[in-house]
Structure formats: C-alpha cells, structure tokens
Design a protein around this ligand. Sequence first.
Ligand SMILES: Cc1ncc(C[n+]2csc(CCOP(=O)(O)OP(=O)(O)O)c2C)c(N)n1
Length: 362
Amino acid sequence: MFESYDPRQGKRLQIMDETGNINVSIKDVPLMSDSEILIAYQFILKARVADEWSVSLNRQGRLPTYPPGKGQEANSVGSLMAMHKEDWFVPAFRELGGMLYRGIPLSKVYQIWLGNERGSHFEIEKYHTFPISVPIASQCLHAVGAAYANQYLKNNRITICFVGDGGTSEGDFLEALNFAGAWNVPVIFYIQNNQWAISVPRKIQTRSTTLAEKAFAFGFSGIQVDGNDVLSVFAATKMAHEKAQNNQGPTLIEGYTYRLGAHTTADDPTIYRKQEEVDQWINKDPLLRLEKYLQKKNLIDGLAINRLKDEYKKEIMQEFEIAEQTPPHTVEEIFAWQFKQLPEDLKEQMSNLNIRLKGSVG
Ligand SMILES: Cc1ncc(C[n+]2csc(CCOP(=O)(O)OP(=O)(O)O)c2C)c(N)n1
C-alpha cells in the first residue's frame, strides 16, 4: 500500500489541503471520521494554547526554557491517534500534542523544562510513553530496543519513535534504522521535518531529496506526508501500524512541516530565516485548516472555540503551578529512573557528585 506514495517518485500524501478541503479521490488510505477530526482539533488546540502560554511564562521569568511546537502539532497528535493505547510512544522533545493525547499530565512536561528530573518519572506502564529525550536521536536506539523486546515477547505492541530532521544526520538514527531493518522489528520512525535544525536549514542537512527515501537503503518503506494535515499523518501511521502488526517490519514517515516559533525560547530565528518564509507556512497552519473544515460542517463555531481555549488555559496554569511547586530533585533522583539496578560506574558517579556538592556547600 505504500507503493502508491513512493517519495522517490516525488509523492507526498495530502488528504486535507490548506483550505480545509478533503481530496475525495484518495480512496486507498484509512480516513478519519468527523468525530476523530474533532478530537484531533481539540488536542492540537490544547497544545497550541499550552505552547503560547509557555512562551509567555518564559518571558515572565517563570519557565527557564521551552521548545515551541507551534505549527507542528498535527504530527504527534495524528500519529498517536492512529496507535493503540498499549503501543509504545518514544518522544523527542517537540511532541507536546501527542503527550497530551496520551493523557500525560502537563505538569510532568513543565517539570522537565523547569529543570526538574521528576518530569522524567511518571507511570510508564500506564502511559506506555518514554520520557522526553533531548540528546538528539538517542531515543531512536531505545525505540528499536523496545521494539525488539516486544517482538521477543510476541505481545503485538508497536513502537513509534519521533526525531527531527537534524536528528537524521546523527549516527544513532542511522544505526537505529539499520538494526530495525535487519531485525525486522515492529517500529515506526516519525521524522518531524520542520525544515530547520536550530539555524541549519533542511536543504544543507543532507543531499537526499527527501528524508523518507532514506528508509529504502535499510530495506523498508518510507513515506512523506503533509505533516500539517492531520488526516495524512493519521493515515500513514495507521498503514505503518498495520504493516508492523503483520510482521512486515518498520516504516519511516516524514512529516513535512514547519516550526513557526523559535527553536527554543533562547533562540532568535529572525537572524537566520526570512519572515516571508514564515508567512507562507502560516497559511498552511494545521489548526486553521481544521477549523475551516469543522466550521463548514457546523461541527464547531467561534463560541465553542473560545470556550475550549478558556478551559485549556485554566488547566494549563493549574498544571504549571503543580510543576512550579514541585520540590527540586535530589542527587539520587538524577540517577534513579533509568536503570532497574544502577550499574557500578553510575553508583560511583552519584557518590562523587554527592561528595562534590557537599564540598561546595561547606
Ligand atoms: C547529541 C546532541 N547534539 C546536539 C544537541 C544540541 N541540539 C539541541 S536541539 C538541536 C537541533 C535538533 O534539530 P532537529 O533534529 O531538526 O529537531 P528540532 O529541534 O528542529 O525539533 C541540537 C543540535 C543535542 N541536544 N544533542
């Protein structure tokens, strides 16, 4: 089923365009129902409101750092909606919408950006989600490990792993794809190609025409989708999921999208990119096209949108306050949650850190 959308032939899947119109000639992919589209809209909106508040909290001096995901939300929301609850979700750090869809408390995400390691500690078996991963592409190897374990356990769980376009140049990404192909494990790699890796544009990141086509070198299929179209994201992930469940191995999905905001709140993108480029992408906003579609179908109106925004704002502030009031992590907690049994070298590092910190206090 991926043959009709081969990225090497310049194909990119788009089901809903920028004006909110659905291409009815596309019949060979799974489509979202209107009630699913409404759910997707709500989570994208929630992530958008949280994003805007987070930048404002940073400017107020209450949140030291934050990586905005504005404009990219359809990628993680649409793909997570196509996965099952018990499948594994391995995020990078720009998948807020997907984390909200999974039900992970926003306070956990805020703890991370407040520098509190407790944000990495949540009920992993309840949410089937790995902690946020900042070391670029390192999570791809963890995801293949998880998928390998699931293959061994024959539990039919699929793993989805997120990475950025810059991450595709990392050795970890390439090693992960190689192992995934060689072992034929049930994993989906989802690249959020937001066109920029901080100030490095996608066009100089690699000579490949698309990122999706890299999959073929590792022996599995890749597909490029309009990452601002939640229906395409959902359809591609659903097909990849079915393929993995049928033991047909990994898939690489490239969500073609754009980071409308800064890389993080410490970045100033006006130094390296032109406003005209940003303006072009504002017209392709995933939220606006859904709004147009839902309004045309009388499934939402301005009043309901404002009501949702108010409700989300209240919840977001409550969650932020929980995170803000969380006591700082202890030295032990920095080491506590990665291994079931702490390896000897990390035990030594922990005790050295304790000695050093006591020394600097005394
Ligand atoms: C291994 C590693 N090297 C460098 C960094 C610093 N760094 C943080 S984000 C980033 C760019 C990542 O770009 P991309 O993969 O496209 O993801 P995006 O930030 O655009 O979501 C870099 C180099 C890091 N976190 N980890």
